[in-house]
Design a protein around this ligand. Structure first.
Ligand SMILES: Cc1cc2nc3c(=O)[nH]c(=O)nc-3n(C[C@H](O)[C@H](O)[C@H](O)COP(=O)(O)OP(=O)(O)OC[C@H]3O[C@@H](n4cnc5c(N)ncnc54)[C@H](O)[C@@H]3O)c2cc1C
Length: 393
């Protein structure tokens, strides 16, 4: 059986980011990525947006960047903010993959499907399925597994961030390409949760226009298309346009803890390993923080036992918000409108990246709808106590 030092399962955002780092930081170790060739298991191409200071390590793959963002409240009031010193960047998954792969010096990719991972004291064995029923095994000193979880843990609140976007080309100039619209809260709101439009304008006539909900259940095709027709027609008044492509997805937003270490030698990474920020669904930056820490730990000869993408206090705050949205005590549209109206956007973005101080976080907290967030806080504390109580019984 072939044995490698490190096996990375999956070549998505997390697998590729980790491979990129280990390839540079562990030159003497053997690293392989095991990526399924089965189209049913591979995620469709997608765009990843994130923010960071002007220059970043993935700039060669950045397809578009915006220096300002805007938010539109339920009543149509718009707030626009420059992000300086941050920049909002968009990377297409295929460009990201091409960039990472072109820089890998020694990391190989095995095109096999992982069917099982058997943990052991000094390593783990991956069971692999190939074309036409072929089977083989691979031994690895450490395994980093980014396969999506078959189901989320039952504790905590889980909402789905689900969306469909149209890449559109309008017949006349309709977009202000200097700012992306992070949340347009004018769309009809669900009873619980929140719904909003999201616009990434590439120039005056082309954009990715999305309809998104944070709710418990996804819509059917007609539901997304009707919402997008309403948004592009009644609210954005795009007039005549052509849909040149679509993007659709579901990102689980959960307050359940997703453990990164799941065996003596097996770790989860990426969305499966808790890299998604529960209150927003943004994952790409969390993946970068997580994989940077893992690579640094391994380079220092340590097991990567604590490499969190997010701080505990931020996860708690997000849990409160998810609880409030799910219970219906927080009016989602009002919450986000107040948050963006009353806080500086660069500070909010730093908060979402876990880079604010506790004092700044208190300031942000007092500039949200305090009464409903307090109700959500109590609901979250009661739920945690109840869980503690039932676990003790
Ligand atoms: C449409 C869409 C848009 C998004 N946009 C953003 C965004 O703008 N910003 C942001 O921060 N986040 C965004 N996200 C959330 C998040 O960044 C992505 O979901 C991201 O792809 C997660 O990366 P990952 O590596 O954890 O998982 P994935 O990208 O899903 O990678 C998992 C990998 O495992 C492989 N695999 C699966 N099963 C097996 C198996 N049995 N054996 C071997 N390999 C296997 C898959 O082929 C895949 O390559 C978006 C999500 C979606 C769905």
């Amino acid at each position: 059986m072939e044995r490698v030092d490190v096996a990375i399962v999956g070549a998505g955002a997390a697998g590729l980011s980790l491979a990129h780092r280990l390839d540079r930081m562990l030159p003497g170790r053997s690293v392989v990525m095991v990526e399924t060739p089965e189209t049913g298991l591979r995620p469709p191409e997608r765009t990843w947006c994130f923010w960071e200071k002007a220059a970043g390590e993935w700039d060669a793959a950045v397809n578009h960047r915006w220096h300002a963002l805007s938010v539109v409240g339920p009543d149509g009031t718009a707030w626009r903010s420059h992000l300086h010193p941050l920049v909002y960047k968009m990377v297409r998954s295929r460009d990201f993959e091409a960039l990472v792969r072109s820089g890998l010096r020694k990391t190989r990719t095995l095109r096999w499907t992982v069917t099982d991972i058997v943990d052991g004291p000094d390593g783990a064995v991956l069971r692999l399925r190939g074309a036409e029923g072929a089977e083989r095994e691979l031994a690895a000193g450490l395994v980093f597994d980014s396969r999506p979880l078959p189901e989320l843990p039952a504790d905590g609140v889980t909402l789905l961030q689900h969306f469909r976007g149209w890449f559109v080309r309008t017949d006349r100039p309709r977009f202000d390409a200097s700012a992306a619209v992070l949340m347009d809260l004018r769309v009809p709101q669900p009873e619980r949760g929140v719904a909003f439009g999201y616009v990434l304008p590439f120039d005056a006539r082309t954009a990715l226009v999305e309809y998104t909900e944070f709710t418990r259940a996804v819509l059917d095709d007609e539901g997304y298309d009707a919402a997008l027709r309403d948004y592009t027609g009644r609210l954005l008044e795009l007039g005549v346009f052509t849909v040149t492509g679509t993007e659709q997805g579901v990102i689980p937003m959960t307050s359940a803890r997703l453990p990164a270490r799941v065996g003596r030698r097996v770790f989860r990474i990426g969305a499966a390993g808790g890299a998604t920020r529960p209150a927003t669904g943004y994952t790409f930056s969390g993946v970068q923080r997580q994989t940077r820490q893992i690579a640094a730990a391994l380079a220092a000869g340590r097991l990567p036992v604590r490499c969190p993408a997010h701080r505990g206090r931020h996860l708690f705050m997000d849990a409160v918000l998810l609880r409030g949205l799910d219970d219906g005590v927080v009016d989602g549209a009002e919450f986000f409108a107040t948050l963006f109206r009353n806080n500086s956007l660069p500070r909010l973005l730093r908060f979402l990246d876990g880079k604010t101080t506790p004092l700044e976080e208190v300031a942000i907290g007092t500039r949200t709808p305090v009464a409903s967030m307090s109700a959500a806080l109590w609901a979250q504390i009661r739920a945690a106590r109840h869980r503690g109580g039932s676990m003790r019984r």
